[in-house]
Ligand binder design. Structure first.
Ligand code: BTN
Length: 314
């Protein structure tokens, strides 16, 4: 089915309209059956759609909506809301190339991606999948701190709405206890001179509801509902995160947030496996968010890559 019918129908329903199937099929020049199929796909995605004599009506609930996000948000930013996307980062890049700024949110992703070419599990209605398109005024060096700053903002937003204690696993994962709750994927377009950013896309994926994780994730991942037994309003969480990201340029330039990043770190003082190849002790995290490691009697800093905790003393 053409994505367009579902997208247009979804937008109309989100705006609170009662959508007449007959009128929509005329307007888009598609069959009534195509409209019915779009309704049925949205219902399968978890939306409660009532069929009234005048047409279809969306029953609110925990439905992602630009209007609801705007109600909670202080910043004046456009929110582009979709039922289904390949990845919110893909849509955000497409919009950014056309000069748009704002937030892209989707109820599900068919090709959600994580760092190091991994997949990000993104089933319908159970997570929050959002990407911010940011115009940043930072050097490429300072840009390395965008993911770390985002991790602090998201940890604060989750704690504010849901309580709990959110830790950061260097560099971009949020944890509750020993399980991952959220991942962050930052992608940037560098200007032609190669020394500044055209725009930056910060993709954030948070597990929200009860989830049936695939086998390989069951022991590693959790969600807000599963770990804290809290229902969270996804629109409010999007707004809080977006507001928290508004001062990103100043915050990164002052780099005060690094202290909080360190306080939230669950790797400092631990033995970790570095890039799947050697073990080391984490001595600290630098002002540039590099990790300081002690390995074979040598001390070194690394800027990228991945560590996994070997001994959890908690
Ligand atoms: C990671 O865990 O390695 C990062 C995961 C980032 C997932 C988010 S979900 C929203 C945005 N769209 C994507 O395809 N990925 C990011």
């Amino acid at each position: 089915m053409s994505m367009k019918v579902k997208e247009i129908l979804f937008k109309q329903l989100l705006s609170g309209e009662v959508v007449s199937g007959a009128e929509l099929s005329k307007q888009l020049n598609v069959s009534r059956n195509a409209v019915w199929k779009a309704i049925s796909e949205l219902t399968k995605s978890g939306y409660n759609i009532e069929s009234t004599p005048k047409g279809y009506k969306l029953i609110a609930g925990n439905v992602l909506s630009g209007i609801e996000i705007a109600k909670y948000m202080k910043a004046d930013i456009s929110a582009y809301v979709f039922d289904e996307l390949t990845s919110t980062n893909d849509k955000a890049s497409e919009l950014a190339k056309n000069g748009e700024r704002g937030i892209v949110v989707s109820n599900m992703q068919t090709s959600g991606r994580g760092r190091l070419g991994r997949e990000f599990y993104s089933p319908s209605t159970s997570g929050l999948y959002m990407s911010l398109i940011l115009g940043v005024d930072l050097s490429l060096n300072q840009g390395q701190l965008i993911t770390a700053y985002t991790a602090v903002v998201v940890a604060n937003a989750i704690e504010k709405l849901c309580g709990g204690k959110i830790d950061i696993k260097w560099v971009n994962d949020l944890f509750i206890g020993s399980k991952k709750l959220c991942g962050i994927l930052t992608e940037a377009s560098i200007g032609l001179e190669g020394n500044s950013f055209d725009y930056v896309i910060v993709g954030i994926g948070i597990n929200i509801d009860n989830l049936t994780f695939p086998d390989e994730l069951v022991s590693k991942c959790t969600s807000i509902k599963m770990a804290l037994n809290k229902e969270v309003n996804r629109n409010e969480l999007v707004a809080l995160i977006a507001d928290g990201m508004q001062n990103i340029n100043e915050e990164i330039k002052q780099s005060n947030f690094i202290d909080e990043y360190r306080r939230r770190s669950n790797v400092i003082g631990k033995m970790v496996l570095v890039n799947g190849s050697y073990s080391a002790k984490v001595l600290g995290i630098t002002e540039n968010c590099a990790i300081i490691l002690e390995h074979d009697g040598q001390i070194k800093e690394i800027n990228g890559g991945e560590v996994s905790i070997l001994i959890n003393e908690n």
